[in-house]
Design a protein around this ligand. Structure first.
Ligand code: CP
Length: 340
């Protein structure tokens, strides 16, 4: 794909070669993300960080990624703080905000909203999550994490055994990840969910058509056996018609250290796009896993900086100039290798 000036709306835009390009640029971002070096390559540029749905890591890491490249960030954090609450259309909002920004990241609860916004935008738009549809940057950072976790175990992404657990119906991170994984070869996917929250057929059909094995299960203990990767998800309560309906599924699949020890291979990697629901009634990824070295959830969030810096550098066409006039930082940054 042509990255320069492009919107990133869906992972359908990416080939395996494009993924390699993003990952190679992400690797180059490490000294800046680790706060060992400073680059000002985007000095003067402005990111419009438009989050019309709650977010911690996507919003903050996109903002930090832009700052780390030297740019400025302007944010809107909810619908009621924007003129959308007064009836302004996506078209008008996009025309206005793209006059104030060099690039925009947008999250909104309506599927397809970011694409509609991008149609009217005069500047590139990155989808930060549109309803239950897609979350492309999350899928890229998840895949980058899978690659890096498996590299240390001497395995490529091809031929992996991956268990997806939880709300696979509404989980946009899962939807985008399945599409990206589909580009690889000979995966063995186990989809563990209540039948009402099963992965939509369009994704299972596509995976099977691409030659992958897809097994469907509603049993956590059986489903996770033999997996290389466990990818847990939260019940996406904000997508359910009522909170009571979401409550029916909360806590059905709880992974903790005892279950991990009994049913998983010793080096099975545990992932989650976060936030994990740590309320007692959910506890989908128990805190007793926090010291398990195979828990990769905070390596995922750290990797989010690298991927989001890479997307900005590629879209704004500054990859070749990131290192120009870069310098060491002058403040205490913790022990070497502490951050990433
Ligand atoms: N993974 C993710 O999208 O997290 P946030 O909702 O905090 O952005």
């Amino acid at each position: 794909m042509k990255f320069s000036g492009s919107h990133i709306l869906t992972v359908d835009q990416f080939t395996r070669e494009d993924i390699d390009t993003v990952f190679a640029v992400a690797d180059q971002m490490r000294p800046y993300a680790e706060r060992r070096r400073i680059t000002r390559v985007l000095e003067g540029a402005i990111l419009g960080n438009m989050f019309f749905e709650p977010s911690t890591r996507t919003r903050v890491s996109f903002g930090c990624a832009f700052n780390l490249l030297g740019g400025e960030v302007r944010e809107t954090t909810e619908v009621r703080a924007s003129a959308i609450a007064k009836g302004e259309s996506f078209y008008d909002t996009a025309r206005v905000l793209s006059g104030y920004s060099d690039i925009i990241v947008m999250r909104h609860q309506i599927e397809g909203s970011v694409a509609e916004f991008a149609d009217a935008s005069r500047k590139p738009v990155i989808n930060g999550g549109d309803g239950a549809n897609e979350h492309p940057s999350q899928a890229l950072l998840d895949l980058y994490t899978i690659r890096s976790e498996m590299e240390s175990k001497g395995k490529p992404i091809d031929n992996l055994r991956i268990a997806l657990i939880g709300d696979l119906r509404y989980g946009r991170a899962v939807h985008s990840l399945c599409k990206l994984l589909g580009l690889f070869d000979n995966l063995y996917m186990t989809l563990i969910s209540p039948s009402e929250l099963a992965l939509p057929e369009e994704y299972t059909d596509a995976l099977r058509a691409q030659g992958h094995t897809v097994r469907i299960s509603d049993n956590l203990h059986n489903g996770i056996q033999g997996a290389d990767i466990l990818y847990c998800t939260r019940t996406q309560e904000e997508r359910f018609p009522t909170p009571e309906e979401a409550n029916r599924y909360r806590g059905l699949f709880r992974l903790n250290q005892a279950i991990y020890t009994e049913h998983c291979e010793p080096n099975t990697v545990i992932m989650h796009p976060l936030p994990r629901d740590s309320r007692t009634e959910a506890s989908e990824l128990d805190n007793d896993l926090n010291d398990n070295p195979n828990l990769a959830i905070f390596r995922q969030t750290d990797n989010g900086l690298l991927i989001r810096m890479a997307l900005f550098a590629l879209i704004l066409d500054v990859v070749d100039r990131v290192h120009d006039s870069a310098r060491d930082v002058g403040w205490y940054t913790g022990p070497p290798g502490q951050l990433l």
